[in-house]
Write a new protein. Structure first.
Length: 344
């Protein structure tokens, strides 16, 4: 792609602050990322074993101006050259969301630029456009993050239909809770991914939950309880357990269900020949490999973002924001953070 920007290009400044990453990006026409600055708070929250909302809000406030400035500098842009500001306004933690929303509203008002509020999950889904210029709707997307597990039919760039969701824990939440139970530091998903490479995924047979009345839906709380029961039993009987085997077996139970349900959904949607992955858990190496294999076997085209675009980042908000902007979405100075913003 050429580096030159002309009047036909749409330049989006995007801001993301829904959880524990303060991020700003400059994205051209939804796919060309000129900068994607991410300040991760992981080191700040690690000592508490999870995200502390008040501390997250304070850290976002401290970093947001610097992150926005760096994103503009890296892209060699000024605020005057931006066509619109896109910002995550939900779902997420209310305090952290408010920091990004307030920053975006302040810039939009001072520079008289259009403001586009973006749904965080739509951002995760649109992350795939950044590195796959040939990807176009319709397609099926499995969104697996710390707070969400959704199978989404992406009918068009701004048209999303949720086909299945989790009934209890999100996939990432299950990874983080199991990691904590076996003494791995926060955030546990990536730690389990690493440890599992040294273990046998067939060592322990963990259950795969099935929701009778909604067979595409997910449920991970039973699996989490099964892991905790296994650990308790080992403790009570003074039996040593192999952490790598446990990590690999747990991971396999999650990945098998995610892939099976995605293939079932793809089989139900006749017009769908493409499957994508999105969200923090989409960077899981076992999930990426298993989904790639299953799609190849079913003759489906498969796309996944690079790990940096799987976990929270503003470039994905710039991609989603572009398509919302082109569809005419505009928000006013009354835009508010909505912690439980629904996808539909
Ligand atoms: O999308 P994300 O950055 O934030 C939310 O919107 O929730 O996802 C974070 C989640 C965490 O639960 C983290 O443990 C998980 O993604 N995660 C992983 C991996 N990398 C991040 N889970 C499994 N394997 C990984 N490699
Ligand atoms: Zn996220």
């Amino acid at each position: 792609m050429s580096n030159i920007i002309n009047d036909n290009n749409t330049v989006i400044l995007a801001i993301e602050s829904s959880c524990d990453e303060t991020s700003a990006a400059v994205v051209i026409d939804g796919r060309d990322v000129r900068s994607n600055v991410i300040f991760s708070q992981i080191d700040i929250h690690k000592v508490y074993g999870g995200v502390v909302p008040e501390i997250a809000s304070r850290s976002h406030i401290e970093k947001i101006n610097q992150v926005v400035r760096e994103a503009l500098n890296e892209a060699h842009m000024t605020l005057d050259e931006i066509d619109a500001i896109a910002v995550t306004y939900g779902p997420g933690l209310v305090g952290p969301l408010l920091v990004g929303v307030s920053e975006a509203k302040a810039i939009a008002s001072a520079k008289k630029k259009p403001l586009v509020g973006v749904h965080h999950i739509k951002g995760h889904i649109c992350a795939n456009y950044i590195e796959h210029p040939e990807l176009e709707p319709p397609y099926l997307c499995l969104v697996v993050s710390g707070g969400h597990t959704h199978l989404v039919h992406v009918a068009d760039y701004t048209q999303y239909e949720v086909l299945a969701r989790t009934r209890d824990d999100a996939a990432g939440e299950a990874f983080d809770k199991v990691a904590r139970a076996i003494g791995l530091p926060y955030p546990g998903g990536v730690q389990i991914d690493r440890l599992a490479r040294e273990g046998d995924p067939h060592a322990i047979d963990f259950p795969k939950a099935h929701v009778d009345e909604a067979p595409l839906d997910f449920s991970f709380s039973g699996l989490k309880s099964a892991v905790l029961n296994y650990l308790n039993q080992c403790r009570m009987t003074g039996q040593e357990y192999d952490r790598a085997n446990l990590a690999a077996s747990f991971q396999k139970a999650v990945v098998d269900v995610l892939v099976e349900h995605t293939m079932e959904a793809a089989g139900c949607l006749e017009q769908i020949s493409t499957v994508t992955l999105a969200g923090g858990v989409a960077s899981n190496s076992a999930l990426r490999t298993a989904m790639e294999k299953a799609c190849a076997e079913q003759g489906l085209t498969f796309y996944k973002p690079s790990p940096i675009y799987c976990t929270d980042n503003a470039a994905m908000i710039g991609a989603a924001g572009y398509y919302e902007f082109m569809a005419g979405v505009r928000h006013g100075s009354d835009l508010n953070a909505i912690p439980n913003l629904p996808l539909e």
